[in-house]
Design a protein around this ligand. Structure first.
Ligand code: ACO
Length: 335
C-alpha cells in the first residue's frame, strides 16, 4: 500500500432482529447455557428470517456505511462481498448488492475465504485504490450461517450467527489508514472446516441432503489449535510490517469465534480485554461479518479515535488467515 494511503471513510453494520439464546438451543440439542458460555463465551446469536439472504443483510450494512462515508451508491467503483453463504453459486452476491443499491458504475465480485474474507476483502479493495485504478470501494462481510448449520449437531450449531458489516475504502491522509497486511493459506488443512457438498465435487443429491453434507463440518479442536497459533503470528507479522511495536497498539479487532482464542491472542500481544473489540457474547461467530460488526460497534460507541492503531486479525476456512494494521483515519464519535 505504498502509492496512495487508503483508509476507511465509512462503516456500518446490520444484524437480524431474531435472537436465539443458549437457553433456546438447550431445547433443540443436548447442551446447556453453562457449557456454551464457559467453552465459547457466546450467550446468544441473531438468526435471519427464512426469506432474508446474504445480499439483503449486506445491502442494509452497505447503506449505513455509505451514509457514514457521505457517499452515494453511484460513486462506488467496486463492490466486494466476502461470504461463505452467498445467495447463489452465481450470480455473485456482490452483483445482487450492486443491483439493490443501484450502484450503477460499480464492478462487483465475491470472495470465498471463510471467516478471513473481510480482511482479504479490505486488502484487495485497498490495492485497487492505492494503484490508482479506483477511488471508492465498498467491502462487505455478510453471512446467513443459520442456513448452512446442522441444527442437530451440538458441536457446531451453538457457535454461529447471522449478520453483515460494511466499509467504504478511499484515499486518506498520508500516514493514516492501512499500514500493512499479512494474508495466508494452508490448503492442506482444508478438511478440518468444510461444507462438503453442493459444489462440483459432491453435487446436490438425495444422499447428500440425507447425510447433511450441505452443512458446516468442523474438527473443533484442530481449528482451535490453529487459531491460537495463527492469531498471534499473523498479528505480529502485520505489526512488524507496519514498523510498529506491541506498545503502539491501541485495539485488537479479532475474529469472534471463541473467547478463549481471543484471550490467548490478547495475552500474547500484551493487551488487556478492554483493548479488544469483543461482541461474540451477543452475536456468536458471524464468519466474515464478525470483524466489521465488532469494529462498527467500537467506532460508534466512541472507543476508537483518530490516530489509534488497530490490528484486525482473522482465521477461517481454507484454512486461511489475515491481519491488517490500520491507523484510524476518521475523527472519533467523541472527538
Ligand atoms: N454442549 C455440550 N457439550 C458439548 C457441546 C455442546 N454444545 N459441544 C461439544 N460438547 C462436548 C463434546 O462432545 C465433548 O464431549 P466428550 O468429551 O464426551 O467427547 C466435550 O464437550 C468437549 O469437546 P471439545 O471439542 O474438546 O470441546 P472444546 O473445549 O474444544 O470446545 C469448540 C469445542 C467450542 C468447538 C472449540 O473447539 C472451538 O471453539 N474450536 C474452534 C471453532 C472455530 O473457531 N471455528 C471457526 C469457524 S471459522 C469459519 O470459517 C466458519
Amino acid at each position: 500500500m505504498k502509492n496512495i494511503s487508503v483508509g476507511i471513510s465509512g462503516i456500518g453494520s446490520y444484524v437480524p432482529d431474531r435472537v436465539l439464546t443458549n437457553y433456546n438451543l438447550a431445547q433443540m440439542v443436548e447442551t446447556n447455557n453453562e457449557w456454551i458460555v464457559e467453552r465459547t463465551g457466546i450467550e446468544q446469536r441473531r438468526i435471519a428470517d427464512t426469506n432474508q439472504t446474504a445480499s439483503d443483510l449486506a445491502t442494509q450494512a452497505a447503506i449505513k456505511a455509505l451514509e457514514d462515508a457521505n457517499t452515494t451508491p453511484e460513486e462506488i467503483d467496486l463492490i466486494i462481498v466476502a461470504t461463505a453463504t452467498p445467495d447463489h453459486t452465481f450470480p455473485s452476491t456482490a452483483s445482487l448488492v450492486q443491483a439493490k443499491l443501484n450502484a450503477t458504475k460499480a464492478a462487483a465480485f465475491d470472495m470465498s475465504v471463510g471467516c478471513t474474507g473481510f480482511v482479504y476483502g479490505i486488502a484487495t479493495g485497498a490495492n485497487f485504490i492505492s494503484s490508482g485504478m479506483y477511488k471508492k470501494v465498498l467491502v462487505i462481510g455478510s453471512e446467513v450461517l443459520s442456513k448452512i448449520v446442522n441444527w442437530e449437531d451440538r458441536n457446531t450449531c451453538v457457535l454461529f450467527g447471522d449478520g453483515a458489516g460494511a466499509v467504504v475504502l478511499e484515499a486518506c491522509e498520508d500516514g493514516y489508514g492501512i499500514l500493512s497486511c499479512e494474508l495466508g493459506s494452508d490448503g492442506k488443512e482444508g478438511n478440518v472446516l468444510i461444507v462438503p457438498a453442493g459444489g462440483s465435487k459432491l453435487p446436490a443429491s438425495e444422499d447428500t441432503v440425507k447425510d447433511k453434507l450441505h452443512s458446516i463440518q468442523m474438527e473443533g479442536r484442530e481449528v482451535f489449535k490453529f487459531a491460537v497459533r495463527i492469531m498471534e503470528k499473523a498479528s505480529l507479522v502485520a505489526i512488524e510490517k507496519a514498523n510498529l511495536e506491541l506498545e503502539d497498539l491501541d485495539f485488537l479487532v479479532p475474529h469472534q469465534a471463541n473467547i478463549r482464542i481471543i484471550d490467548s491472542a490478547l495475552k500474547k500481544l500484551k493487551l488487556s480485554r478492554d483493548k479488544a473489540c469483543i461482541n461474540l457474547n451477543k452475536y456468536g461467530n458471524m464468519s466474515s461479518a464478525s470483524i466489521p460488526v465488532a469494529l462498527d460497534e467500537a467506532v460508534k460507541d466512541g472507543r476508537v479515535r483518530k490516530g489509534d492503531n488497530l490490528v484486525l486479525v482473522a482465521f477461517g476456512a481454507g484454512l486461511t488467515w489475515g491481519s491488517l494494521v490500520i491507523k484510524w483515519n476518521k475523527e472519533g464519535m467523541d472527538d
